[in-house]
Design a protein around this ligand. Structure first.
Ligand SMILES: Nc1ncnc2c1ncn2[C@@H]1O[C@H](COP(=O)(O)OP(=O)(O)OP(=O)(O)O)[C@@H](O)[C@H]1O
Ligand SMILES: N[C@@H](CCO)C(=O)O
Length: 327
């Protein structure tokens, strides 16, 4: 997360007084992340996370996100739980922003991704997909094809400032995605942003998932594609087939994948690369002055997109039968 909105000590104390959390002992802005403003607030009851929702998070979607975290926690998925005030209300307002306190999740996100991290991620992602099977709320994916086109329209003019030819690459890719996007795959609620900084480990064991503020209804396999992009490339841009194999193999131990889902993976990976390339490009070009945030590099996702464009089928990912589960 980041800090876009500052909160004064007086505002914070008055806010926390609405909860049964005791007095505020300390409050620190969290520099990590790019979407919302986050603070680590230590009260007499212990540490909590205070989130003020910014730009991309729509207030009307918050009941979905909060309801989802509650549902997942009930199903035994370790994730933050929204904390209600004494009046029973969790979603409030602070410094002119919608604001929520959630429980603090112990653990650290992995700075250096190992194949074992990817194996555990695959299992956790599949468990998440099963756990949301009976979650009744819905939220369409605002960052699907139409959302991508919208972001492109807002950034196209200046895209070549970031990389020469980027505007044409994106226009061509959006047309290709529109023509090839799968029509019908198993769907449900997906996390949609399960990057390493949203997955906590304690020692070598995965201890929980955070940041459900892009969760939405979409193809379940699209979530796998997002994870392949976020977890299975090295810093030098090379694809790590071992990590992807372990991710897939451990996913399918919990939730089997159909042939159609496997065949769709290359296009889902391309779409996911475009999604993060576009949000990063937009943020790079529209960086709020003075905000405590480090914008993320759009070109990392251009390199991932190029890799997926060069792939002709699953075999090119070196994903053998043990990963895909196909005979
Ligand atoms: N419930 C929590 N428990 C412990 N730490 C948390 C919790 N929520 C957030 N954090 C800390 O805040 C950081 C940023 O949070 P988060 O990833 O939700 O922000 P964001 O702005 O939505 O980020 P992103 O760029 O991933 O969308 C995390 O990496 C973690 O250090
Ligand atoms: N995880 C995203 C930021 C939140 O959308 C990225 O790395 O671009």
């Amino acid at each position: 997360m980041a800090v876009y909105t500052e909160v004064t000590d007086e505002e914070l104390s008055a806010f926390i007084a609405q909860y049964d959390l005791g007095a505020v002992l300390s409050c620190k802005g969290i520099a990590e992340g790019v979407e919302n403003s986050n603070f680590l607030v230590v009260t007499e009851r212990g540490p909590y996370i205070l989130t003020l929702y910014e730009k991309r998070t729509r207030k009307e979607d918050l009941p979905f996100f909060l309801g989802l975290m509650e549902h997942l926690a009930e199903k035994g998925i370790a994730c933050p739980l929204p904390v209600a005030g004494r009046d029973g209300v969790a979603l409030r307002e602070l410094s002119g922003r919608p604001a929520v306190i959630v429980t603090f999740l112990a653990g650290m996100w992995p700075r250096r991704i190992s194949p074992q991290h990817c194996a555990q991620l695959g299992e956790a992602l599949a468990r998440l997909h099963l756990a949301v099977g009976d979650f009744r709320m819905e939220r369409p994916n605002a960052l699907a094809l139409n959302g991508w086109k919208d972001l492109f329209a807002k950034s196209a003019e200046r895209a070549d400032e970031v990389a020469v030819g980027l505007r044409t690459t994106l226009a061509d890719e959006l047309a290709a995605l529109e023509a090839n996007w799968p029509a019908d795959l198993p769907a449900g609620v997906i996390h949609a942003d399960l990057f390493p900084d949203n997955v906590f480990f304690r020692g070598d064991s995965l201890s929980g998932l955070i940041d459900f503020y892009f969760a939405c209804n979409d193809f379940l396999a699209y979530d796998i594609a997002i994870c392949i992009n976020a977890w299975c490339f090295e810093i030098d841009g090379s694809f790590n087939a071992t990590k992807a194999r372990l991710l897939l193999a451990n996913y399918r131990k919990v939730r089997p994948l159909s042939r159609a889902e496997l065949d769709a993976l290359p296009w889902l990976c391309r779409g996911s690369a475009v999604r993060f390339l576009l949000t990063r490009l937009y943020d790079w070009l529209n960086h709020p002055p003075g905000a405590f945030v480090r914008p993320k590099d759009p070109l990392e996702y251009l390199r991932k997109l190029r890799f997926h464009q060069s792939v002709r089928g699953l075999g090119d990912y070196f994903l053998d039968d043990s990963a895909t589960g196909e005979a």
